[in-house]
Write a protein that binds this ligand. Structure first.
Ligand code: G6P
Length: 611
C-alpha cells in the first residue's frame, strides 16, 4: 500500500526523501509526491513513478532540512496529479501524507462542507487534513492538539506525517492500523512506513504502536498517545543490511529473490535444528508448545501467496502431526461469522506482517478467545506484535511485489512446525524425524541445482510467452503449488492462469484444453504419480500442450510431455519447496519477455494495508 517517508535534521532533506521513496516504491507506485520545507514549502506531486517525479523536478536545487514524501496505491480517487500526496489544507496551514483509509470520510466531508470547506481532490486524505485545520483554527490551539483531537473523530486506518506551516521545524507522525517506523539518528530523525529507507542512515528505530503520535522537532522527539499520555521511546536495533535491499547485479529484485532461496531457506532453519540434526527448536513457540501439541484444531489464515503457503501447511500438519487444520482467507474468515472455540489455535501467515485483512482476522480470533500465533517475515511489523507468539521466517527483505523467497520460507517454517508437532505427539518416530530433518537440510543444495537449469526454463518461456491462458495442475502438496504458479504468472505477466487440483480437471477445465493453452503439470514422483500420468494422457488425448515438472530421471511423464523440467529426487515433505522454483522462474522469464515491470506489476502493491 502507500509508502511514506519523512526527515527532520540538519542535512538536506530532498535527497534523503527521494531515495527513501525509491526504497518504498514497492508498496505502491501509481503516483508520488514530496514536500520540502525551507520557510515556505516546496510541493511537487504527480501521477507516475518516483523517477517521473525526479525528472519533472529536473535538478532544480531544493533546499530545506525538513521534508516528506509519499508513493501511492490508489484507494479513494484515481491515480492523478491532483489525488497524489501531499495534500494541503484549504487555508494552507497543514500539509499531510497518509497511508490508510479514512472510512468515515463521507460524514466528515459533509460536516466540513457545511462549514465552508471545499476540496480539490477525490481523496479521503484531503478530508483529514482539512479536519485538522478546521479544529486548529476554530479552537485556536496548537497543531499537535488539533491533530490529536482530529484523530479522535476518525474511523479507519492511518499512518500519517503532518507539517504545520506555522511551526515549520516540526513533523508530527501518527499511527493507527498502518505501519510507521521512526529512525533515530545523530540529531536527526526519519519516519517511514518500514525500515528500508532508514537503514542506510541508522539502525536505531522505534516501531510506533496504534494510537501513538510522535512530535519531531529539531534534535527532539516526543512520543505520546493520542490521548496525550506520555510514552517512553523503546529504541530497538534492527539487523538489516543495506545489501539486502539492493539488486546486487540482478536485473530485477524478483530474480535476485528467486536466486536467494538456497540462502534464505537456510536462514529460516538456522538455529532451529540442533547441531546433531536430531531436534527442532522453535524458540518463539516455546511457551505455547504444550497447547499446540494438544490442539484439537488449527486454523491457518493468510492472503495471496501466504494463503497458498497455509494450504501447503494444512497438508503437512495433517499428515505429520495428525491435527485437523482449516485454511481460511483472512478476509473471508473475519466476515463470515466463523465458529471459533477457545481451544482453537489460529496461525496467521504474512510476509509483511501488515496485511489489513490478516490483522483484522487476528483481532477477531483473539476476541473470540483463540490463541493466535504468527508466521511473519518483517521483524517488528504489526502482526508479530498483535499475536501471542510466533516464528519469524527470516527470509530477509522481499522487495519484488510477487512473493517468492517469503513463500518458501513460510513453507519451511510450516514444515518445521509439522515435524516438531508430529514428534511431540509421537506420530513420527525419532528415526523418521531425523530422516525428515535431513531431507530439510538438503533442500538448499537441491534448489541450487534447480536454479542451474534456469536457462532451460527460459527457453520454455520463449515458446509460451505469447499464450493468453495457462492451466496449472497438481495433486496433494502440488495443488497449492498449482495455485501459486498460476498466481505468479497472473501477477507479473498479466496472462490469465488458473490453478486446479489435477483430478478436478475432468470436471470442467478439460473443456478449455486445446493447442493454444499450455498446461503446466506439477508431477514429481509421489504417491499420486500414476494418477497424474493419467491426467497428462487425458490432456494429450485432446491435443493439449504439456509442460511438466518431473523428478530427475523420470521417463513416463517426460515422454508424453512437450517440455519437461526436472527437480532432484527427494521426500514428499520438501518437494513443494523444490517444485515451486521452476514455476517462479517460468513466470519471471515470461513476464520479462513480454516487457512487463516484474518488480512493480500494474495495480498491485506489496503490502496491502487496507481491507
Ligand atoms: C499482496 C501481495 C502478495 C501477498 C499478499 C499477502 O497482495 O502482492 O504478494 O501474497 O499481499 O501479503 P502478506 O504480506 O500478508 O504475506
Amino acid at each position: 500500500m502507500c509508502g511514506i517517508v519523512a526527515y527532520n535534521g540538519s542535512r538536506e532533506a530532498y535527497p534523503i526523501v527521494l531515495n527513501g521513496l525509491k526504497r518504498l516504491e514497492y508498496r505502491g507506485y501509481d503516483s508520488t509526491g514530496i514536500c520540502i520545507v525551507n520557510g515556505e514549502p516546496f510541493i511537487k506531486k504527480r501521477r507516475g513513478k518516483v523517477a517521473d517525479l525526479e525528472s519533472s523536478i529536473n535538478n532544480v536545487p531544493i533546499k530545506g532540512t525538513i521534508g516528506m514524501g509519499h508513493t501511492r496505491w490508489a484507494t479513494h480517487g484515481t491515480p492523478s496529479d491532483g489525488n497524489a500526496h501531499p495534500h494541503m489544507s484549504m487555508n494552507g496551514h497543514f500539509i499531510i501524507i497518509h497511508n490508510g483509509i479514512i472510512e468515515n470520510y463521507g460524514l466528515l466531508k459533509s460536516r466540513l462542507e457545511r462549514r465552508g470547506y471545499t476540496f480539490k481532490s477525490d481523496t479521503d486524505t484531503e478530508i483529514l487534513v482539512n479536519l485538522i485545520e478546521y479544529i486548529y483554527l476554530k479552537g485556536n490551539i496548537s497543531a499537535e492538539i488539533a491533530l490529536r483531537l482530529a484523530l479522535t473523530k476518525v474511523v479507519g486506518a492511518y499512518g500519517i506525517v503532518v507539517i504545520c506551516r506555522d511551526e515549520p521545524n516540526m513533523l508530527i507522525a501518527a499511527r493507527k492500523g498502518s505501519p510507521l517506523v521512526i529512525g533515530v539518528g545523530d540529531n536527526e530523525y526519519f519516519v517511514a512506513s518500514d525500515a528500508t529507507p532508514i537503514i542506510e542512515h541508522t539502525n536505531s528505530v522505534i516501531f510506533l504502536n496504534d494510537n501513538d503520535i510522535a512530535i519531531i522537532r529539531k534534535n527532539e522527539l516526543t512520543l505520546k498517545t493520542i490521548a496525550n499520555e506520555a510514552l517512553i521511546p523503546n529504541i530497538q536495533k534492527i539487523d538489516l543490511d543495506i545489501e539486502e535491499i539492493e539488486k546486487n547485479g540482478f536485473e530485477h529484485f524478483m530474480l535476485k529473490e528467486i536466486f536467494e532461496q538456497p540462502r534464505s531457506i537456510e536462514d529460516t532453519f538456522r538455529g532451529r535444528i540442533s547441531a546433531d540434526h536430531k531436534q527442532i527448536h522453535l524458540g518463539g513457540l516455546y511457551l505455547v508448545l504444550p497447547r499446540l501439541v494438544k490442539a484439537k484444531r488449527l486454523i491457518l489464515i493468510g492472503c495471496g501467496t501466504s494463503w497458498h503457503a497455509a494450504l501447503v501447511g494444512e497438508y503437512l500438519i495433517e499428515e505429520f502431526a495428525r491435527i485437523p487444520v482449516e485454511v481460511e482467507y483472512a478476509s473471508e474468515f473475519r466476515y463470515r461469522n466463523p465458529i471459533i472455540y477457545k481451544d482453537d489455535i489460529v496461525i496467521a501467515i504474512s510476509q509483511s506482517g501488515e496485511t489489513a485483512d490478516t490483522l483484522a482476522a487476528i483481532k477477531f480470533a483473539r476476541s473470540a478467545g483463540a490463541l493466535v500465533l504468527g508466521i511473519c517475515n518483517v521483524v517488528g511489523s504489526s502482526i508479530p506484535r498483535e499475536t501471542d507468539a510466533g516464528v519469524y521466517t527470516h527470509a530477509g527483505p522481499e522487495i519484488g511485489v510477487a512473493s517468492t523467497k517469503a513463500f518458501t520460507a513460510q513453507v519451511t517454517v510450516l514444515t518445521l512446525i509439522a515435524l516438531l508437532l508430529g514428534r511431540k505427539r509421537d506420530i513420527i518416530s525419532q528415526d523418521h524425524y531425523e530422516q525428515l530433518i535431513a531431507e530439510m537440510l538438503a533442500v538448499p543444495k537441491k534448489i541450487e541445482k534447480i536454479l542451474e537449469s534456469s536457462p532451460k526454463v527460459e527457453k520454455v518461456a520463449e515458446v509460451f510467452k505469447d499464450s493468453t491462458n495457462f492451466l496449472y495442475l497438481g495433486r496433494g502438496y502440488f495443488f497449492p503449488l498449482a495455485l501459486e504458479g498460476a498466481l505468479k504468472l497472473k501477477e507479473i505477466s498479466y496472462i490469465h492462469a488458473e490453478g486446479y487440483p489435477a483430478a478436478e480437471m475432468k470436471h470442467g477445465p478439460i473443456a478449455l484444453i486445446d493447442q493454444k493453452m499450455p498446461v503446466v503439470v506439477i508431477a514429481p514422483q509421489d504417491n499420486s504419480y500414476e494418477k497424474v500420468v493419467s491426467n497428462v494422457q487425458e490432456i494429450k488425448a485432446r491435443d493439449g500442450v504439456v509442460i511438466s515438472i518431473v523428478t530427475e530421471g523420470d521417463k513416463l511423464i517426460r515422454d508424453i510431455s512437450d517440455y519437461a523440467i526436472e527437480i532432484p529426487k527427494s521426500s514428499e515433505i520438501v518437494e513443494s519447496l523444490l517444485a515451486i522454483i521452476p514455476l517462479q522462474l517460468l513466470a519471471y522469464y515470461i513476464a520479462v519477455m513480454r516487457g512487463c515491470n516484474v518488480d512493480q506489476p500494474r495495480n498491485l502493491a506489496k503490502s496491502v494495508t487496507v481491507e
